[in-house]
Design a protein around this ligand. Structure first.
Ligand code: 9G3
Length: 568
């Protein structure tokens, strides 16, 4: 490919709205352009990267027994009414009406569609197991699309659905997909970790997310530096980090004028915040509930929502707090709350606290030497706190680390969630009718491209892993008017091209410096410079984008050197 022919409009500046590096660089290097909020155009270089990622995915999906198909983007509302999800998703679901005023949505995912397909024709155990997948645009009307391709309203997803006879079959399909995902992200040259995303007990197997470790990641994960344990903090189980036992003392009230925060009260009483009970009131739908965590902890709203399922969970207002406790937020506590009127959910750590401090539910006062089960009762003790860096790994005890991750893949065990609601059944060997057992497995293809940039860049631009780079090599003749240099460069270009190397020759009449800057920004993995050295000693300069230094290669070793770098 001649660079002068390549439609890659590079820019010096980036749009002010670009917050993350992948958004900045993909725009600057001429890979994407924004069409509307969260909707992008993939220019030729991006399309080549997407095709390579898709090819790696297809290879593994087909290897795993998946069969590719193409499902409609336009989905009839009837299916979503059958599955019960038409009214579950609000504005995030792109809805539209056809000319007959029939309701449809643009597919944010395809469980309903694929289950409708399978229920049409699968009726016997002999048709199972079955794995069907597609690589297709998805539509989710994010309230605040941001971070370029990382959170768009239209994005490319590979979604595979597995159909099995029984749980054992699903477990097998899940394990096959889990391995395939590991292969895919390794072949894409990404530093990734599978993390547990299911609320089940440790080792819960209902769902895993494949996270690309990057500071710009929206997901927070805990991982063990010693073993392979990793979990999304949203669900990471927390074990009580018990305080040492003391003998129980009687509670008493103490004036704490103007002390309304955990820090102020702890300082005033000269106690660590671990000795305090933090009482937080939430409005859960129409009810006010109280939540207790140790003074130094944070409530995990996702876990709380699982413990107390409700449609809308938000912090209670000051008025609501006062109406329940009779005083302002800074002096509230569990003592004296009637758990019949106000449900009290306490984190597991509260249960072991001895002689703790909490608000007295009286302006200007706190209670000291308060003991759960003696001075107050709770509705339930549950794991509802946010896990923290340094806590022991639940599998091996080594202190956990925190990291940010970009979710590029997720695998779910769906069970019969959709086969029941859509009545997708099969007759087993005994002629019994059973619901098909399903799993679903997604990879964000466009998000993976952006994630690769988030993990592979420097001050000069993108550093593509060679496996997914748009081209392998750029040849830079330092001058196109010097016939000897241009002819040599063209000769190398022809040799590499005919050997199947994906190569661009920068035929522009520009200074070498400009060509080098563009080559670095775009992120070609290999740059071959043809200059004076060639004329003098029949050598070219080869530089890997990942390295600072270049090295000399004689004319007849160029192809073998390039092939060796690509093959790595
Ligand atoms: C919706 C909207 C947004 C959604 C969904 C439905 C996420 C929805 C979860 C999944 C699960 C898996 C198959 C591939 C892998 C992920 N956001 N999810 O179901 F209507 Cl607006 O998509 N689906």
């Amino acid at each position: 490919m001649y660079f002068s022919k390549l439609y890659t409009p590079t820019l010096r500046e980036v749009p002010a709205e670009a917050e993350v590096i992948s958004h900045k660089l993909l725009v600057r290097a001429g890979y994407i352009r924004k069409s509307s909020s969260g909707v992008y155009m993939y220019l030729p270089l991006a399309q080549r990267v997407l095709q390579k990622i898709s090819a790696i995915i297809r290879e593994e999906m087909n290897q795993a027994g998946g069969m590719e198909l193409m499902l409609p983007i336009i989905q009839p509302s009837e299916l979503w009414l059958e599955s019960g999800r038409w009214n579950v998703y609000g504005k995030e679901l792109f809805r539209l009406n056809d000319r007959h005023n029939r309701e449809f949505c643009l597919g944010p995912t395809h469980e309903e569609i694929i289950t409708d397909l399978v229920r049409m024709d699968v009726s016997s155990y002999r048709h199972l197991p079955l794995m069907l997948y597609q690589i297709q645009n998805k539509y989710r009307d994010e309230r605040r699309p941001r971070f370029g391709l990382l959170r768009g309203r239209e994005f490319i997803m590979k979604d595979l659905y597995s159909f099995d006879r029984d749980q054992a079959g699903l477990d097998e399909s899940y394990a096959i997909m889990y391995e395939a995902y590991t292969e895919i992200f390794t072949k894409c040259g990404l530093d990734f970790r599978p993390v547990e995303a299911d609320s089940g007990a440790i080792g819960g197997s209902g769902s895993h997310e494949f996270m690309v470790i990057a500071d710009s990641g929206e997901a927070a994960i805990v991982y063990c530096p010693a073993c392979n344990y990793a979990a999304n903090v949203e669900i990471a189980p927390c074990l009580p980090q018990n305080s040492k036992k003391d003998n129980i003392l009687p509670a008493y009230k103490k004036a704490t004028p103007g002390m309304t925060t955990i820090e102020e009260v702890a300082k005033f009483l000269n106690l660590p915040s671990q000795k305090l009970i933090k009482t937080i009131f939430y409005q859960a739908d129409e009810k006010i509930i109280a939540v207790l965590v140790r003074g130094d902890r944070t409530v995990n709203d996702i876990k709380l929502q699982r413990v107390h399922p409700c449609d809308n969970l938000e912090m209670a207002s000051h008025e609501q707090i006062t109406s329940v406790t009779g005083c302002e937020a800074g002096y509230v506590g569990p003592v004296g709350l009637c758990v019949k009127d106000t449900e009290v959910y306490a984190d597991l750590e509260i249960k072991d606290m001895v002689n703790a401090v909490c608000g007295a539910n009286e302006e200007g006062f706190h209670l000291l030497q308060v003991n759960p089960g003696i001075d107050f009762n709770v509705t339930k003790y549950e794991d509802i706190r946010q896990i923290e860096k340094g806590e022991p790994c639940p599998k091996c005890g080594i202190p956990l680390d925190l990291a940010r991750g970009i979710e590029v893949g997720q695998v779910f065990k769906l069970g019969t969630k959709y086969s029941e609601s859509l009545k997708a059944t099969f007759l087993d060997e005994k002629g019994q009718e059973n619901y098909i057992i399903m799993g679903c497995y997604g990879i964000g293809v466009s998000r993976t491209m952006a994630a690769a940039v988030e993990q592979n860049y420097d001050e000069n631009g993108i550093i593509w892993p060679v496996q997914i780079a748009p081209y392998h090599v750029v040849i830079v003749p330092v001058s196109v008017s010097d016939q000897a240099i241009w002819t040599a460069a063209l000769d190398i270009y022809k040799e590499l091209s005919s050997a199947g190397v994906e190569v661009v020759i920068d035929d522009r009449d520009e200074r070498a410096g400009v060509k080098f800057k563009d080559a670095d920004l775009i992120g070609f993995p290999i740059r071959i410079t043809v200059g004076k050295k060639y004329i003098e000693s029949n050598q070219v300069e080869v530089k890997k984008r990942i390295e600072k230094e270049h090295f000399n290669v004689s004319r007849n070793n160029i192809l073998s050197t390039v092939k060796e770098i690509i093959a790595r």
